[in-house]
Design a binder for this molecule. Structure first.
Ligand SMILES: [Zn+2]
Ligand SMILES: [Zn+2]
Length: 250
């Protein structure tokens, strides 16, 4: 499994695209979240962007799905023919169709490929595009689904937005890599993870690597030294603060 970061930023960071992660296993590939500033990062990162099998949307904040019109319209321009699956919480199909209609109203008639939607549910286990998907609700200001992907004997957990919950901790157990929303450093921020809560979850679940993303722009800029000291102080797993463009071969 190869995990590459098209973006690592929070919602409004002028220096970092929104968190968006390309996951490849064999010939299958999935993009995890696609916010308003992320889709061009994906295009710059992916070797074969038209081969992308699916996009997973964790929740309906703009920094996690408003890049879909850009991704889809560019796919149309580049002559995509392969079906594109979009997975997300309940309401994903109507949300994305409304978004496309507002952004580029005639794109569905021009597209030579099908958009196929799958609604995700914490109680449902999905096998699609060469991956096994499982979901758990995090603690965020709106319903946000963390996702676990298993393929080729490797496993990845992506938190989406939100603080860890009992359910996400159970789902993340034993994963080779955790990608954790870590908005703040060490305090409690209602509805968000922190550097401390992410590292604690990695310790509890026996993770191999814990990657911190979606760090609040001011925190990342002014407190990077404190973040790195925390990452360097962990024991039993590797903790990283990836940059956009970084890639990990699990
Ligand atoms: Zn966000
Ligand atoms: Zn959010």
């Amino acid at each position: 499994m190869i995990v590459s970061f098209a973006g690592v930023g929070e919602a409004f960071d002028e220096t970092l695209p929104n968190t968006s992660v390309l996951v490849e296993s064999g010939s299958s590939s999935i993009l995890l979240d696609c916010g308003f500033s992320a889709s061009c990062g994906f295009w710059g990162l992916a070797k074969n962007p038209l081969d992308l099998d699916a996009v997973y949307i964790s929740h309906f904040h703009g920094d996690h799905y408003f890049g879909l019109p850009s991704l889809i319209v560019r796919s149309v321009e580049e002559g995509r023919r392969k079906r594109l699956t979009i997975l997300g919480p309940s309401g994903i199909e109507s949300r994305v169709n409304r978004l496309l209609e507002l952004a580029y109203s005639n794109v569905r008639t021009k597209a030579k490929f099908e958009l196929f939607f799958i609604e995700c549910d914490p109680d449902e286990d999905i096998k699609h595009s060469g991956f096994r998907f499982r979901f758990a609700m995090s603690s965020h200001s709106m319903p946000s689904l963390g996702v676990r992907l298993d393929a080729g004997g490797k496993s990845l957990f992506y938190s989406g937005d939100g603080a860890p919950t009992f359910a996400t901790a159970e789902l993340a157990r034993g994963c080779d890599m955790l990608i954790m929303e870590s908005y703040i450093l060490d305090a409690d921020a209602p509805g968000h993870g922190s550097v401390d809560s992410s590292l604690e979850l990695a310790r509890q679940t026996g993770a191999g690597i814990c990657a911190l993303v979606h760090v609040q722009r001011i925190v990342r800029r002014t407190q990077k030294g404190r973040i790195m000291a925390k990452l360097n102080g962990v024991d039993g797993f590797k903790a990283v603060l990836p940059e956009s463009g970084d890639s990990f071969d699990l």
